[in-house]
Ligand binder design. Structure first.
Ligand SMILES: Nc1ncnc2c1ncn2[C@@H]1O[C@H](COP(=O)(O)OP(=O)(O)OP(=O)(O)O)[C@@H](O)[C@H]1O
Ligand SMILES: [Mg+2]
Length: 342
């Protein structure tokens, strides 16, 4: 059976089938009529998808960001599950899964929302979905056939990617036996999870609102003061990475404000970590994951007591959860019956 992993984050939607992978911003917008051809130059296509689902058309990802007049972008979990999740995940799946071929899917939720939303998430993906994928000026019908759906807490994606092989077998036996704390810093949320000998600890698991968006909000405010322009936070990624941004022709240096807000955010994460894990002083290792984990690693390192390791299984840190989901899928769906039940 084919397998796909989908990680719908507040910042980015990521999916992979092992062979093909996609990553785009988690933005859904109204589709606009496009009278001109899609592309004027080769190799300049926008990331993102134009999909039609149940007779409604959406732009998804960067395409929505640059072309839709009405855009939905949310930082609210209930809203995400109710409105955007299905469009984002099916758009991603339609790019990585083959049409008319049944696929088993693994996806995730922040630990703090896992119990509340996991069934609804699975229900919204399971079954047959027919959609029309508009790419390169062509409309292609895609019949997605989702066989089984397994939902796991998001940070387990990263943990599994670190511990398991591609075929779903355990690679780091000794580490797996240890007590590991995982911190997954995303765009909106930070997830804390504790796992000992691959057993989940409820006590050490929590989702907080201390994501990278907080830092971006401060930077946007500083930019507003400097330039008078309101820059939407999801348009700041590139600028923050480069340390400067061009607005209406003027170049603004944001490296200093970035340094300041990143170290404040790192301090907030450490603060929460000490509170959430107040009874878990016996951790062998803290594993730092998520796109924000990489961004904050240098700031966090001097503040954390004990061993802090940055997860470095993937070139792009945002993809680790999704590759872990795939490995988990191999473990869970393809394993001998005693493990694969359920
Ligand atoms: N190439 C990149 N482009 C944009 N952001 C990047 C890049 N590399 C790392 N990042 C960082 O990754 C963060 C997003 O990480 P990630 O994809 O793990 O979040 P998410 O899963 O969408 O959010 P959440 O877990 O809160 O739902 C950004 O806020 C940014 O700081
Ligand atoms: Mg995430």
């Amino acid at each position: 059976m084919l397998m796909a992993g989908v990680d719908v984050g507040f910042g980015f939607t990521k999916a992979s089938s092992g062979e093909t992978s996609v990553l785009f911003k988690s933005i859904v917008g109204e589709a606009q009529p496009r009278n001109l051809g899609d592309r004027f130059f080769d190799g300049m296509g926008l990331e993102g998808v134009h999909i039609t689902l149940n007779d409604r058309s959406y732009f998804v990802g960067e395409l929505a960001e640059s072309e839709s007049r009405v855009r939905q972008f949310t930082l609210d979990q209930a809203q995400m599950v109710a409105h955007q999740f299905k469009v984002l995940s099916l758009a991603a799946l339609s790019r990585v899964a083959a049409s008319r071929v049944p696929v088993n899917v693994v996806t995730g939720l922040p630990v703090g929302y896992y119990v509340e939303f996991k069934d609804r998430l699975a229900e919204s993906l399971k079954g047959e979905h027919s959609l029309v994928l508009h790419e390169d000026g062509q409309a292609n019908e895609v019949a997605l056939s989702v066989n089984r759906v397994k939902v796991i807490p998001q940070p387990y994606g990263s943990l599994v990617d670190h511990l398991f092989r591609d075929d779903g077998t355990l690679m780091r036996q000794d580490v797996a036996r240890q007590k590991i704390g995982i911190v997954d810093i995303g765009f909106k949320t930070t997830d804390f999870t504790v796992c000992r000998g691959l057993q989940h600890s409820e006590r050490g698991s929590r989702t907080t609102d201390t994501g990278m968006a907080k830092a971006f909000q401060f930077i946007a405010e500083a930019l507003h003061e400097m330039s008078g322009i309101n820059v939407e936070i999801y348009r700041l990624f590139g600028a923050v990475q480069q340390g400067s941004i061009k607005i209406r022709g003027a170049e603004y240096d944001i490296s200093k404000v970035k340094d300041e807000v990143f170290s404040r955010l790192a301090a907030a994460v450490v603060n929460e970590m000490e509170r959430v894990w107040v009874d878990d002083w016996d951790l062998d290792l803290v594993l730092l994951a998520g796109g924000g984990g990489e961004a904050l690693y240098e700031y966090l390192k001097p503040m954390v007591r004990g061993q802090l390791d940055l997860l470095q299984t993937r070139e792009d840190p945002r993809m680790a959860n999704v590759y872990g989901y795939l490995k988990y899928g191999k473990y869970y769906y393809d394993a001998p019956p005693e493990k694969g039940a359920g």
